[in-house]
Design a protein around this ligand. Structure first.
Ligand SMILES: NC(=O)c1ccc[n+]([C@@H]2O[C@H](COP(=O)([O-])OP(=O)(O)OC[C@H]3O[C@@H](n4cnc5c(N)ncnc54)[C@H](OP(=O)(O)O)[C@@H]3O)[C@@H](O)[C@H]2O)c1
Length: 290
């Protein structure tokens, strides 16, 4: 593996704004008071290390993950970190995605995060609320300066096509879906479509919530290159154009490994062997859902 420049590359949104290609997930954090101090320390360590993008949701620990992230950000922002240097993403429940409910849900998220705006606000998955109502809510939030950009999550190509057809829907900035070595279905249609619109695909569960790391092939290829299996899996994703990668970790060593993954440049041999072990799709596959 060759060393490459770090911090990780920036991706460009359709609006021309940029966001980091590597961000930290927060699912399953903030659930347990007993782990509070350790999780807060992990987020503070991540900020010290240089992580600048954070992914959360009102769903995670019922707002607990947002509160925890807010606490970590507050102390960093009181120090030398500027708000403009951090990229914060949160998500709204589909049952809060009606125009007025969406605005109120965002206000609650901002209170928990102790922030005045979100950089990106996503519809967590598609529910019963008509898309045009949700888009109208996102537009109101943008007009009030409470969010910079909006997007969706768990939308397959047919959902995206419907979305860009509703009034204002073409302003969607990102779509967050499960994408990992073992879940490559998006490469067939969704990812090329998003690339053509310069709309980043945000890869969640990039190590399949840990399960991918038991793969014998991945472990062997990683060992040969003296890197951790997670680093190889993340380097492979970071190598895909237009993809933002969102590993979650609350462990100091893993945070360090994952951050360093952005320094690894995938060699052609590793790439070919990974393709053999985890073949790209040869036809349409339904979107994997976490
Ligand atoms: N939009 C959606 O519907 C959706 C769905 C799922 C996830 N997400 C977002 O994507 C983020 C990431 O996905 P995820 O949390 O499902 O799974 P993930 O990032 O694929 O895996 C997280 C698990 O892997 C472990 N891990 C991470 N780095 C490791 C390393 N270097 N070595 C060994 N183990 C490692 C973590 O444990 P430690 O904490 O001990 O390191 C944790 O158990 C979420 O946190 C969330 O922000 C979004």
């Amino acid at each position: 593996m060759d060393a490459a420049h770090h911090p990780s590359a920036l991706l460009t949104l359709p609006s021309g704004h940029e966001l980091p290609a590597l961000g930290l997930g927060t699912w399953r954090m903030g659930e347990d008071r007993g782990r509070h101090a350790a999780e807060l320390a992990a987020l503070q360590l991540a900020l010290d290390m240089g992580w600048r993008a954070f992914d959360t949701a009102e769903m995670y620990a019922d707002g607990g993950a947002e509160s925890l992230l807010g606490e970590a950000l507050r102390s960093a922002l009181r120090g030398s970190l500027s708000r403009e240097a951090v990229y914060v993403v949160s998500k709204v429940y589909p049952h809060h995605a009606g125009t007025e409910d969406l605005v109120r849900a965002c206000e609650r998220s901002l209170r928990r995060l102790r922030l005045e705006h979100l950089d990106l606000y996503l519809l967590h998955w598609r529910g019963a609320v008509p898309l045009h109502e949700t888009v109208a809510g996102f537009e109101q939030l943008q007009q009030r300066g409470l969010i910079r950009h909006w997007g969706v999550s768990n939308f397959d190509l047919y959902d995206m096509l419907e979305l860009v057809d509703v009034p204002g829907g073409a302003a969607c900035s990102a779509n967050q879906v499960w994408y990992s070595l073992s879940r490559r279905g998006v490469e067939f249609d969704l990812l090329p479509w998003q690339r053509a619109r310069q709309m980043p695909l945000m890869a969640y569960s990039p190590v399949d919530q840990g399960a991918l790391l038991t793969s014998a092939v991945l472990r062997e290829l990683a060992q040969q290159r003296a890197v951790a299996p997670a680093q190889l899996a993340l380097a492979w994703l970071l190598n895909q154009p237009g993809v933002m990668v969102l590993p979650k970790s609350a462990n100091a060593l893993h945070l360090q490994q994952n951050w360093q993954a952005a320094n690894l440049k995938l060699d052609a041999d590793a790439s070919a062997q990974l393709d053999q072990a985890f073949p790209p799709p040869s036809g349409k596959q339904s979107l994997a859902v976490g």
